[in-house]
Design a protein around this ligand. Structure first.
Ligand code: GDP
Length: 364
């Protein structure tokens, strides 16, 4: 069995981690598949936050798996502040992570737009990679584009620092892309998106940690993630009763299944497709045909099949060579930095106004 370390940092990371714990152990609707006994890997979850209230909100993450970093009321969205807080506290963070001493695989989950998660994740990834030789991947949640300039500029710098940190891949989840129109209330959007991420994560661990024939493993995952530009995303499709497995594979790789907007035929580098389902529902020739076709179109595709007692479900991990959507995020971030810079200049001008009365006292 694999030893897996899942770290959720900041509010977004904590909540997704909590949802993973819920679905794995807490009586969520998938617990019958991922209940404690059936869960293949040894998973340690750790929720880290500077905000005690965010940690208190968690329902399915054990108290011993939470680490509060004292810093008044969080770090706001200030990443410079956040990075200092990380440096000051990294010994206590590592003490917590090292309560178990051996891991094969680690995921760091956080948003890119906020403060704590976005500023802790890059140096944490770097420290883990320098100290150990297990794979470290980030699950990075991009903001709604309407959330403002600070979140956008944080996103661009966080992604750059993550990509410089030495980690193995940056798996993108995009709130904006996953929102169901402008009418969806933000809290329902969060819980729906968190459920989608958790469902895929648990499936992925199962896909990497099965002892059956024809399975994908940690080596395949690494080969997929090693290619391309470090960025990746995950697709999923639950075929239900009436969908053929081939259609489910295609759907998992379409905008309907992916967590980040990408046209995989132009942008994918490699992929790993894992299919789960009842033996009789899996048409192996059909599966082989479509995987071969995908390999021709996008590059190497690893294939795995896990026999379970559920309807066919497909998980696709895709590494990217390029991304139009990410280019757009960076263009928006450049605009955001410009806007913030102008605001700061304006503020300095205002400060100058006051300097006109420096050294003076009011006369009556
Ligand atoms: P931090 O606690 O300082 O790391 O800040 P947050 O994690 O709250 O960062 C804010 C960003 O995370 C915004 O872009 C939010 O839209 C996003 N976010 C916050 N909570 C959630 C959540 O539960 N799910 C999702 N998908 N996004 C979230």
């Amino acid at each position: 069995a694999l030893n897996v370390l899942l770290i959720g940092v900041g509010q977004c990371g904590n909540r997704i981690l909590d949802e993973i714990n819920k679905q794995a152990f807490g009586g969520g609707r998938l617990s019958k598949y991922f209940g404690r006994q059936k869960f293949p890997s040894n998973v340690k979850t750790v929720a880290i936050n500077t905000s005690r209230n965010d940690l208190k909100e968690l329902e399915y993450t054990k108290a011993k798996d939470r680490l509060h970093i004292t810093h008044l009321h969080g770090v706001g969205a200030n990443r410079e502040e956040g990075k200092k807080v990380y440096e000051k506290n990294k010994d206590s963070i590592f003490k917590k992570l090292e309560e178990d001493d051996h891991y094969d695989l680690c995921f760091i989950i956080s948003s890119t737009g906020g403060g704590t998660g976005s500023s802790f994740s890059p140096p944490l990834a770097q420290d883990l990679k320098e100290k150990y030789d297990f794979q470290v991947h980030s699950i990075s949640v991009l903001p709604f584009r309407s959330e403002g300039t600070i979140f956008l500029q944080n996103t661009a710098f966080t992604l750059r620092e993550l990509s410089d940190s030495g980690l193995d891949s940056i798996i993108l989840v995009d709130n904006e892309f996953l929102r169901k129109g402008k009418d969806e209330d933000i809290h329902s959007a969060y819980s729906r998106i968190n459920q989608m991420v958790a469902e895929r994560m648990l499936f992925l661990l199962k896909a990497l940690d099965s002892e059956m024939m024809l399975v994908t493993d940690l080596g395949d995952f690494k080969t997929v993630m090693d290619s391309g530009n470090m960025f990746a995303t995950i697709g999923f499709c639950n075929a239900g009763e009436n969908m053929r497995v081939e259609s489910a594979i295609k759907k998992s790789l379409s905008p309907n299944g992916l967590l980040f907007d990408s046209n995989i035929f132009n942008e994918a580098s490699r992929a790993m497709v894992t299919i789960q389902g009842e033996k009789d529902s899996l048409d192996m020739d059909g599966i082989t045909r479509i995987i071969d076709k995908l390999s021709d179109e996008i590059g190497h595709v690893f294939k795995g099949v896990v026999v379970t007692d559920s309807n066919p479900r497909v998980l696709s991990v895709v590494s990217l060579d390029s991304s139009e959507e990410l280019d757009d995020v960076f263009d928006k971030a450049v605009e955001a930095v410009e806007i913030e810079k102008k605001k700061k200049e304006l503020q300095e001008e205002n400060d100058e106004v006051f300097s006109k009365i420096d050294g003076m006292e009011p006369e009556y």
